[in-house]
Design a protein around this ligand. Structure first.
Ligand code: FPP
Length: 254
């Protein structure tokens, strides 16, 4: 079953009423970048930037739900982020617990269903436990799907899908001639999600950094110089407004 369809926005304020007539992305991906620079500019440790980033993420999730977006995927920790100093990695691994402790009740109340993509089985045991509990707590919710990309790498995702494909061929479940794009997509970690329609990246960097590399083939991209901890509902609305005006042709001429 593929998730990611939802009817109309739940409007909570006048500011959001304008969104009602916009063509919204069903699936929004966000590369939350700039936490370190945000902290540095304030003479604070990088961890303070991640803490502020977590708060910006809470607001972004609320705003996405209020706008009526069906599905949001947040790039929280990449397969490359292990290269960071040990204390920073340790701090990032503890953030999910902090986040869910403060947000779980509201997420449940909103009907949010949580998902994780990435090699979560390689995370510290305490982070895995948080992942398990949050999946369990929201499993039956039917509202917005919030996916955390945690120890995620787009190329790793494709490698794992390729292994599954070869296993299926070996076991006679699939023939080589049956391998097509949908056979690969069906073995990616995002198999239950529609492809992202829009990807936002903050902090002025203009790249995808191994985020949803297969799935973003036809995604619209929106970049802002705003550092992630400063990202607000207004920035989200600016991105959604830009998306509303994009002409998506998917290779066609119309
Ligand atoms: C990139 O900024 C940000 C990250 C690697 C971490 C993002 C994580 C969060 C915002 C919170 C995650 C919380 C949960 C609950 C999963 P950077 O550190 O690379 O910034 P810089 O480029 O300015 O150094």
């Amino acid at each position: 079953m593929q998730w990611g369809f939802r009817s109309r926005p739940r409007l909570r304020s006048e500011e959001l009423e304008q969104v009602a007539d916009w063509n919204l992305p069903q699936h929004l991906g966000i590369i939350m970048d700039g936490n370190g620079r945000w902290a540095k500019r304030r003479g604070l440790p990088r961890m303070a930037g991640h803490h502020a980033g977590m708060n910006a993420m809470k607001e972004a999730i609320r705003a996405c739900d209020d706008c009526g977006i069906s599905c949001v995927t947040l790039y929280a920790f990449s397969t490359e982020n292990w290269k960071r100093p040990e204390n920073e990695v340790e701090y990032l691994m503890k953030l999910p617990d902090q986040f869910f402790r403060s947000e779980m009740d509201e997420l449940v109340q909103r009907g949010v269903r949580l998902k994780f993509i990435g090699e979560t089985h390689r995370l510290p045991t305490y982070t895995q436990e948080t992942v398990r509990l949050s999946l369990e707590r929201t499993a039956h919710n039917t509202g917005m799907i919030v996916t955390f990309a945690l120890n995620y790498g787009g190329r790793r995702d494709i490698v794992e899908a390729t292994k599954r494909l070869l296993q299926d061929v070996e076991q006679g479940l699939l023939s080589v001639d049956d391998i097509d794009e949908s056979a690969i997509a069906a073995r990616l970690s995002t198999r239950e999600l529609v492809d992202p329609d829009l990807i936002i990246r903050t902090s002025g960097e203009l790249r995808l950094s191994n985020f949803l590399v297969w799935q973003s083939a036809y995604s619209e991209l929106w970049f802002t110089d705003t550092l992630w901890p400063d990202f607000t509902k207004s920035d989200l609305l600016a991105a959604l407004h830009a998306f509303h005006h994009r002409k998506r042709r998917f290779g066609d001429v119309k």
